[in-house]
Design a protein around this ligand. Structure first.
Ligand code: F6R
Length: 608
């Protein structure tokens, strides 16, 4: 989704604006632009496509100024053209915006009738004109307050005003925004990573807040215009978080970080003696266990929840419902009492997931909502009753890898924790499972040390148009996830299926051209999976088999066998992540796609 940066410094800001836009590239975008204010006039440059197009323009004709705003746009209203790229400008206001102004049509009609000329197809363009009109009629602070009161929808805004070169303006409702400061300047951004290496301290802006930054400090207000007081806090990311660390892609770097992420999770949540503690979700420790669990998420996070359903139902014997956030929020769900909502999200800003949380809190305030989230400063993390942080570190590759594994690991711990509280898991089994998770970190390292077998398996995809992934039990959602990873970054069609469901339709697809990835670890109904494998094999499919027992591989006569070390009921999916992610990565590299920023995708989907 779009990225916002604004800077006001004691030096020229063009390079800093561009550097920040670079660090936000991972969010997904299809055009970019900057505007700077110098000597009382706005100078701007915009370009469709990659940021390098804008950088080339600026190399030819650099801008200068100590205050400026920049934006990467992921098109919603209007195509990704120069005209539609931000910043949008009226005669005295330049502005960048994330989100959607839902009443833009009505505002545009009114402003046009009053003489404003619009050039773009965007919803955003109403904002500078509306502010301009308000500024003409009243004091600046009143003008901002009145403008914001008229807006429907979601926004994060950064703006500069021609007559005020010493003020950087901002406002937030529904789309993330933070401000930062260093000894040499102040900044506003939609993403902490944009500020990495630029500032020491940040302040997160809450919904309905707005204000201005000057080199002297910040003025922050609520919607009624009342001043808000808030502490600055240390910037949570380092400049090296935005680097590839010697890997050709962020995605590969993040796949390789997984053993360290798993160890970090175990160190954080498992105390000596095997006690599991979730410090920021005290209700889990204090209140009676729920009679029902509802887990809601999107995309990869949804797949993690689907795997956890098998774990939770098996041990807790309570019904667990899992749904996609965009469906759940519109289907009038029956929530009931003693229900725990678990919302899962890497970014914590996914609009549909956030809306489910808000709806749940509004309809059943007596129930608790737990967020499993990688960004503790995100809206989801802050609005839920409790948080289990995923501790994966910033995830920059658009295709989620380490955050998915982290979700699985945290969900495994949550299951073990609840099972112990429910008195349904003997201490001996609990410590065995914890030891299994510990061993998985080292086993992942072994898998990552030699990826040649995965590279060979990827060759099976050189001449195909699609693939099928099959699994059973907790590995059925992993088949969904393996297929999603492949389609996201290689643009090949792929489908994940429950292996037992294959005969009910998709078997018609099978021929010698179709790679079928069969996930067949010992833990989950191996014999049944093997008989499904024979069914596809009999029809000539190219089998890529993921196994943990060498004998399964030997007997299968597959085109390729990818072996993972043997895990237990909880650690097996964590190990299977590695070949599934690497396979998608290798296929995408072989096909030459843009692995870290696949077309049309955004890292954090902050609009519906
Ligand atoms: C897939 C992927 C997406 C996200 C989905 C939810 O690789 O990254 O499917 O999982 O957009 O995002 P979060 O987890 O941030 O809510």
């Amino acid at each position: 989704m779009c990225g916002i940066i604004g800077a006001l410094c004691d030096h020229d800001v063009q390079d800093e604006l561009l550097g920040s836009l670079r660090r936000m590239e991972y969010r997904g975008y299809d055009s970019a632009g900057v505007c700077m204010l110098n000597g009382g006039s706005f100078q701007q440059a915009k370009a469709p496509g990659k940021l390098s197009n804008l950088e080339r323009k600026l190399a030819d004709r650099p801008l200068s100024g100590r205050i400026g705003i920049g934006h990467t746009r992921w098109a919603t209203h209007g195509e990704p053209t120069i005209i539609n790229a931000h910043p949008h400008i009226s005669s005295s206001v330049a502005l960048v915006h994330n989100g959607i102004i839902e009443n833009h049509h009505e505002l545009r009609t009114r402003l046009s009738a009053q003489g404003c000329t619009f050039v773009s197809q965007t919803d955003t363009e109403v904002l500078p004109h509306l502010l301009e009109q308000k500024i003409r009629q009243q004091e600046l602070l009143d003008a901002w307050r009145e403008m914001l009161a008229e807006l429907e929808g979601a926004y994060a805004i950064a703006a500069i005003i021609r007559s005020l070169p010493g003020s950087l303006w901002f406002a937030r409702k529904g789309s993330p925004l933070l401000v930062g400061r260093s000894a040499h300047g102040v900044y506003v951004a939609s993403d902490a990573l944009a500020l990495a290496g630029l500032v020491d301290e940040v302040m997160y802006i809450d919904d309905h807040e707005w204000g201005r930054l000057t080199l002297e400090g910040i003025e922050l207000y609520d919607l009624s215009g009342k001043p808000v007081d808030r502490e600055w806090e240390p910037l949570p990311v380092a400049a090296h978080d935005a680097e590839k660390g010697g890997f050709p892609h962020y995605m590969l770097k993040e796949i390789h970080e997984q053993p360290a992420v798993l160890r970090r999770i175990l160190r954080q949540y498992v105390r000596e003696g095997g006690e599991i503690m979730f410090e920021h979700a005290s209700f889990l420790h204090e209140k009676p266990l729920p009679k029902r669990i509802v887990m809601v998420a999107c995309g990869t996070s949804y797949h993690a929840a689907l795997t956890a359903r098998y774990w939770l139902e098996r041990y807790l014997k309570v019904p667990v419902e899992v749904d996609i956030a965009s469906e759940y929020r519109y289907r009038d769900p029956v929530i009931g009492q003693s229900t725990l909502l678990v919302v899962l999200s890497q970014s914590g800003e996914t609009a549909d997931t956030l809306e489910v949380l808000r709806m749940f809190k509004q309809h059943t305030p007596e129930n608790d909502a737990l967020a499993l989230c990688n960004v503790p400063s995100s809206s989801l993390a802050r609005e839920a009753d409790g948080l289990i942080e995923l501790l994966a570190g910033p995830e920059i590759g658009v295709a989620s890898t380490k955050a998915y594994m982290a979700q699985l690991a945290v969900l495994a711990l949550l299951t073990l924790f609840m099972a112990r509280r429910a008195g349904v898991m003997p201490e001996g089994s609990l410590s065995e499972h914890l030891a299994g998770l510990e061993r998985a970190a080292a086993a992942m390292e072994g898998l990552l040390a030699d990826t040649s077998a995965v590279r060979r398996a990827a060759e099976q995809f050189a001449d195909v148009r699609g693939a099928l992934y099959l699994g059973r039990g907790p590995c059925y959602p992993m088949a969904l996830e393996g297929a999603l990873k492949l389609k996201e970054i290689s643009y090949l069609h792929a489908e994940g299926y429950a292996a037992g469901e294959m005969k009910h339709g998709p078997i018609a697809l099978i021929d010698g051209q179709l790679p079928v990835v069969v996930i067949a670890p010992r833990q989950y109904h191996l014999e049944k999976v093997i008989s499904n494998l024979h069914e596809v094999q009999a029809r000539g499919a190219r089998i890529i088999l993921i196994v943990d027992m060498p004998e399964t591989g030997r007997s299968a006569n597959a085109a390729c066998v990818l072996r993972v070390p043997e895990g237990d009921y909880f650690s097996t999916p964590l190990l299977v992540c590695i070949p599934l992610q690497l396979l998608a990565y290798e296929v995408a590299c072989m096909l030459g796609t843009d692995v870290d920023q696949p077309r049309n995708l955004a890292k954090s989907v902050t609009v519906e």
